[in-house]
Design a protein around this ligand. Sequence first.
Ligand code: PMP
Length: 312
Amino acid sequence: MTPTEYIWMNGKLVRWDDAKIHICSHVIHYGSSVFEGMRIYKTAKGSVAFRLRDHSERLLNSAKIYRMEIPYTADELDEAMLSTVGANGLEECYVRPVAYRGYGTLGVDPSNCPVDVAIATWPWGKYLGEDAMENGVSVCFSSWNRIAPNTMPAMAKAGANYMNSQLIKMEAISHGYAEGIALDVSGNVSEGSGENIFLVRKGVLITPTFAASILPGITRSSVIRLAEDMGIKVIEQNVPREALYLADEVFFTGSAAEITPISKIDNIVIGEGKAGPITKKLQAAFFNIVGGRTKDKYGWLTPVPEYKEVTV
Ligand code: PMP
């Protein structure tokens, strides 16, 4: 990763190299964190955050599920994220707010540990490779299932969930694939290690429901909205594994992955084996909005204000 100058920690900007926590912080031992990942895009009129408030709200919701009281409002989190981007002078970047159980006691019960919040920002290119947007990525089904509903809440974007994601991702990479797709515990399609998944079959867009142990993706909801406005029928339903093999098009969505086509699954070629027509239409609509080339009629963009001064 490319370090930037400042990280926001509990209300203050600190130098990148000074953004440290104690080894006895609860989060280190038990994975007790919730976090977000959001992109800042450069437009002709300056930089913009994509769906800022939705990310702040999801962070607060993830914390609520874990009874974690974040000492900031959505307004304050929005402002902190934008000011960290501004302080680092970044035109395009990834924004990573994280709230975690800090240094206090080290029993499993986290209630005597403070809830600390930090925000890091850094430049991040295409998550699944530069040519993935056109040519797609080759992926596999994972031998690991997504977390079961009655074990850990998939709707929370919690650090600990990503132990499961890491197993999925490492297995895929070790077998030569760019990413893995996990099934839920019932055997239906869930999601990638860090992306939601869509398929297109005979012009209809289909994606797993929230009940398939997925994260309620912000890019997922954006794509559903864009598709509906294009007159494309969208169905949220259980998706059997083989429906992906037989699809005309399959793609991932995510703040990092954006809209990435899938060319092959388990070495079975999907459709034409590259971005299909509906994927391309959705990519164009998405990138035109975030790039400021078409009107932001959904109110998804927030300008990054000019940053004033840094006193560190
Ligand atoms: N599922 C998982 C497991 C993820 O980590 C992500 C990335 N945040 C997504 C789906 C996509 O969500 P979003 O579009 O909000 O980034």
